[in-house]
Ligand binder design. Structure first.
Ligand code: 6PG
Length: 248
C-alpha cells in the first residue's frame, strides 16, 4: 500500500473511534449529491459506530431516502444468525432508522451456495451501478468501511487465498474462511472495494496492534493490499496504534 494514499488518525478509545467514524460518514454523505451507496463492514469493531448512527444528532441528519446500504462481505448464514454482518447492522442501525427497505442491499445468504450468492450480489451491484465495468472516474461507493482481522484479512479476503488475485469478478464466494467464524463467506473483491471515494478502516483494541504494525509497515497482507480510487483513511484507537504513532 503506497504511503501517499494513507491517512492515519489515532483517537483516544473505542468511543472516540465510533464518533470520528460517524463524523466522516456524515461528511461523506453530505458531500454526495443524489443517490449514494455506503458499503458496510462486519465483525465487532463497527458495532459502536452503527449504534451511534442510530442516535441523535446523526439519525435525523442522514438523508435516508438517498442512501443505499451494501456490505463488503458477509458470513453465509441467515440474517437472524448472530454471526451475520447484515443482521448485526440491521439490529443496531438500519431497523432503528427510517431506511427504506429497498435501500438495504444485504448479501443473499439464503441462496443455494456461496457461488450463487456471489453471482446474485454481483448482478445487484451492476444493476445499481448501471454499467458492466467499474469506471475509476465514477466510483460505485461514496464510502467503504473496512476492518482488519488478527491475520491481516479484510472483508473476507484472507491471506493466501486465491480470491486476493481476482480482478474481473465483483463478488466471489469463499468456501473456507481463514479465521473465525469458520463459515463460508461472500466477499467483494479488491477492485470493487476500491471503487469508492473513501475507504475507511476502523481498528480498535490492543489485540490489533501487532497486525496493524505489520500492515502499516508494508507487510504482504490483504489489508495492506486494499486500495481505493479515492482516499484510504485509517482510524485507529490508541490501544491498537503502534507506539510510534501515538499522538502526544
Ligand atoms: C467479517 C468482517 C471482517 C472484519 C475483521 C475484523 O465479516 O468478519 O468483515 O473483515 O472486519 O474480521 O473483525 P473484528 O472487528 O470483529 O475484529
Amino acid at each position: 500500500m503506497s504511503r501517499e494514499h494513507r491517512h492515519l488518525t489515532v483517537v483516544a478509545d473505542a468511543d472516540a473511534l465510533a464518533k470520528a467514524a460517524a463524523e466522516r460518514i456524515m461528511a461523506c454523505i453530505a458531500h454526495a449529491s443524489g443517490r449514494l451507496a455506503v458499503c458496510l463492514t462486519g465483525g465487532s469493531t463497527p458495532e459502536r459506530l452503527y449504534a451511534l448512527l442510530a442516535t441523535e444528532p446523526y439519525c435525523s441528519a442522514v438523508p435516508w431516502n438517498r442512501v443505499h446500504w451494501f456490505w463488503g462481505d458477509d458470513r453465509f448464514v441467515p440474517q437472524n444468525d448472530s454471526r451475520s454482518n447484515a443482521g448485526m447492522a440491521r439490529r443496531l442501525l438500519l431497523d432503528r432508522a427510517p431506511a427504506p427497505p429497498g435501500n438495504i442491499h444485504a448479501m443473499p445468504t439464503s441462496a443455494g451456495s456461496v457461488e450463487k450468492a456471489a453471482c446474485l450480489y454481483e448482478t445487484e451491484l451492476r444493476r445499481f451501478y448501471g454499467a458492466e465495468q467499474l469506471n475509476p472516474e465514477r466510483p460505485l461507493f461514496a464510502m467503504v468501511l473496512m476492518g482488519i482481522g488478527a491475520d491481516g484479512h479484510t472483508a473476507s479476503l484472507f491471506p493466501g487465498h486465491a480470491e486476493l488475485g481476482e480482478t474481473e469478478r465483483w463478488v466471489v464466494g469463499v468456501d473456507e474462511a481463514g479465521l473465525k467464524p469458520f463459515v463460508p463467506r461472500v466477499t467483494l473483491t479488491f477492485p470493487t472495494l476500491a471503487s469508492t471515494r473513501e475507504m475507511l478502516f476502523l481498528v480498535s483494541g490492543k489485540g490489533k496492534r501487532e497486525i496493524l504494525e505489520r500492515v502499516l509497515s508494508g507487510g504482504d497482507l490483504p489489508a495492506a493490499r486494499a486500495y481505493a480510487e479515492g482516499n484510504v483513511v485509517w482510524l485507529v484507537d490508541r490501544a491498537a496504534a503502534p507506539e510510534s504513532r501515538h499522538v502526544a
